[in-house]
Design a binder for this molecule. Structure first.
Ligand code: ADP
Ligand code: MG
Length: 699
């Protein structure tokens, strides 16, 4: 065995790879022989047998053999080379849109071919577009494939036969060189029944008789072995991140019972047992000189904000600043109103910063943040943009709507007082609050760098929201229902949604709906709120709604998070079939906040897709955000559930969080064991799977 490591052998060392091919391979992120080994087939096809042309089925991939009958260039529509092939059982058309003269001449009548490709239905019978083909020569028999043929992720200029050849060269290198297995046998895990090399060999070159259906589902033990390794690498990268953060210093924000008491005394309610438990967990964390990394989960309306405020009070009582970042302007505003009401009586000074705040107003706020006269700073992501300097930031609270990924959390951490005026650079404590619960599997993987607290109880007196699902054709009945609810002193939301993510169109649609409803409900006062309004206008409208001056508030999904008007007990959501479950749950959570029983009407336009119907059924059946989150994951998959930004963090090469969820407890165990007993395996393992993702290295 030669001791060169496979990641040190460049792809240009392989037969047939010149500079231009090397560049194309780099585009596929293939730099070394090791990269090729981990470049696994997307799927497999069976080329071990020849199908009779007369027996071909559309949309299947088959090998055929036959003789060229005719070969012509056809000019109608797109210019193409059309070639008719015949065997004893039938005729099929091969169609090439890209071809050259030499190719045309080589396909002259009488030539014998073996072709492989997908069968399509054409105008005049079955066709194959751009099949792979080889010339048959009666003198030399051409062997058929003996194993299943892998289909690799490819790119322009790197054909399947080419990449197959490169991968088989890479496998030959595997015989002669080292590929360290970073997951030692003694870990003793059923997920690791294959060794690394045997798994790779099987997947590049599945022997006859390999269970194709397992391979197709990604459930073959060889695939599972690699999926497990990949998940372990991701998990380790997050743990490593956490370790790095925890090696930094944080201000010890010790409990200050007096401040605590004063805060609680002026609240109009007492904390639930769950809120008290979570507040105590956080308080214990931030009293340590190590940065806290904690996630607070709780259903919509479980009262996360007040727990955040209590934490901020502890920071302020220790002479440190606390920053609260919300995902939207309107939610930041809500938080500001709440914090103002709760904290101004205690003499705590609050600053406010959003992207829309400009000019003099902005300068005043920036100055207060920089000189420390602002103790709590509330805003949007504008808080962490350039030009914002904190005096002594000790605590960052992120109220997220599944919108901030690992990378963004990292930038926030860096914004600690290290950049402020503090002499001893330190990292702020970090508290993250999720808007709706995150499914357990996702929390275990996407948030493995965080501790987790769960507020698993709603404030007393909440009545479950009753949800009905109605065809849009019943709109008139729904309008009458709004009329009678408002006549009885209640208030209502009417939420307009659009498929396009366009502020302008959405605002227009909401405007038209508001006009229509005002016309129909002339005795009511109908308000309108959408993302295009100026921040001041939004605040005025929300205040008028809170004060009961507006009976029916027509809104876009801007009200999805945070809005809190307990007297509103009826919500209509138009085109509800277009929204994800979490978003619907979040929207619906705007009602059910008072003592009246609340209702939610989900309007849909027929016909409903199977998925759409299933989603709305779940909404009707449960109010439990944790259950809804699990269903959402099943229906939409991890990328969608975590939100677009986070998908980048959670893109796996082989693993699939849903399919491989059962591996997660084992992943966690192995990752911990590696850190403990094989610390020197951790970095190479992360590098193998996360490669250039440098951000993990520089927490
Ligand atoms: P979420 O967890 O969805 O962010 P909020 O923090 O907005 O929920 O709280 C929802 C509502 O419940 C707010 O009006 C808040 O003042 C109120 N609230 C919070 N905690 C309690 C409690 N212990 N008892 C009564 N009401 C509470
Ligand atoms: Mg909230």
């Amino acid at each position: 065995m030669v001791s060169t490591a496979l990641h040190e052998i460049g792809v240009d060392k392989l037969r047939g790879v010149g500079p231009s091919l090397a560049l194309k391979l780099h585009k596929l992120n293939l730099y070394s022989v090791q990269d090729l080994l981990f470049h696994l087939p997307l799927r497999y096809i069976d080329r071990t047998k020849i199908t009779a042309i007369g027996g071909m089925q559309p949309l299947t991939e088959v090998v055929i053999e036959g003789e060229v009958r005719a070969s012509d260039i056809v000019f109608g529509g797109r210019r193409s080379l059309v070639c008719r092939i015949q065997d004893h059982s039938g005729v099929v058309t091969l169609r090439f849109f890209h071809f050259n003269q030499a190719q045309q001449q080589s396909l002259k009548p009488g030539t014998k071919l073996r072709c492989f490709g997908e069968v399509r239905r054409g105008k005049a019978g079955l066709e194959m577009y751009h099949p792979e083909y080889q010339f048959l020569d009666d003198a030399k028999p051409h062997a058929l494939a003996e194993t299943l043929t892998p289909i690799y992720p490819a790119t322009e200029g790197v054909t399947q036969p080419r990449i197959r050849d490169l991968c088989s060269q890479a496998l030959q290198h595997l015989d002669r060189h080292q590929l360290p297995d970073w997951l030692p046998q003694e870990l003793n895990s059923s997920a690791l029944s294959y060794s690394l090399t045997s798994a790779l060999r099987l997947l590049h070159n599945p022997p006859p008789g390999t269970a194709l259906h397992l391979l197709a589902e990604g459930e073959h033990p060889a695939q599972q072995r690699l999926a497990a390794e990949e998940l372990i690498a991701h998990h380790l990268s997050l743990l490593r991140l956490r370790q790095k953060v925890q090696q930094q210093k944080a201000p010890a924000l010790t409990p200050k019972p007096a401040a605590n008491e004063r805060f609680l005394a002026q609240l109009p309610f007492t904390l639930t047992a769950a809120q008290q438990r979570v507040a105590a967990e956080i308080s214990a964390d931030i009293s340590q000189p190590i940065p806290m990394l904690r996630l607070v989960q709780g259903d919509v309306g479980s009262g996360k904000t007040v727990v955040a405020a209590l934490t901020a009070v502890q920071a302020v009582a220790n002479g440190q600043q606390a920053a609260l970042m919300a995902p939207t302007e309107i939610l930041a505003e809500q938080h500001r109103l709440n914090f103002d009401a709760w904290l101004s009586p205690l003499g705590i000074r609050i600053a406010w910063l959003t992207g829309k705040l400009k000019g003099k107003g902005r300068e005043v706020q920036l100055a207060a943040i920089a000189d420390g006269s602002a103790q709590i700073i509330i805003g949007t992501h504008a808080l962490f943009q350039e030009g914002v300097e904190f005096s002594n930031l000790g605590l960052t609270i992120i109220d997220e709507q599944h919108r901030f990924g690992v990378h963004q959390r990292l930038t926030l951490r860096k914004k600690g007082s290290a950049e402020g005026l503090d002499k001893a650079p330190s990292t702020p404590h970090q508290l993250i609050m999720t808007a709706t619960p995150i499914p357990r599997t996702l929390a275990m993987s996407a948030y493995a760098d965080l501790d987790c607290s769960v507020i698993d109880e709603l404030p007393p007196g909440r009545k479950p929201i009753e949800t009905v699902v109605l065809n849009e054709l019943r709109r008139n009945d729904v309008i009458e229902r709004v009329r009678s609810a408002c006549a009885n002193g209640r208030q209502a939301y009417w939420v307009c949604t659009l498929i396009e993510e366009s502020d302008v169109l959405e605002a227009q649609a909401a405007e038209a709906t508001a006009d229509e409803l005002q016309l129909r409900l002339s005795e009511l006062s109908v308000g309108l709120i959408h993302g295009r309004l100026k921040p001041k206008e939004k605040v005025q409208i929300m205040e008028a709604f809170k004060a009961g001056e507006i009976h029916l508030l027509v809104a876009t999904t801007v009200i999805e998070v945070g809005v809190d008007v307990p007297n509103a007990s009826l919500m209509i959501i138009e085109n509800s079939e277009r929204l994800g479950l979490s978003q619907l749950h979040q929207l619906r959570g705007r009602v059910g906040r008072g003592s009246e029983s609340s209702h939610c009407v989900l309007l849909y336009s027929a016909p409903l897709s199977g998925n759409g119907a299933a989603r709305l059924k779940i909404m009707r059946e449960t109010n439990d955000g944790f259950k809804i989150a699990e269903k959402d994951l099943q229906i939409r998959g991890p990328g969608e559930v975590l939100g677009t930004r986070q998908t980048g963090d959670m893109q796996f090469r082989i693993a699939d969080l849903q399919r491989d969820a059962h591996l997660l407890p084992e992943i966690k165990r192995i990752a911990t064991a590696l850190l403990l007993n094989h610390a020197n395996h951790v970095d190479p393992l992360i590098a193998r799977w996360l490669g250039q993702s440098e951000q993990y290295a520089q927490a």
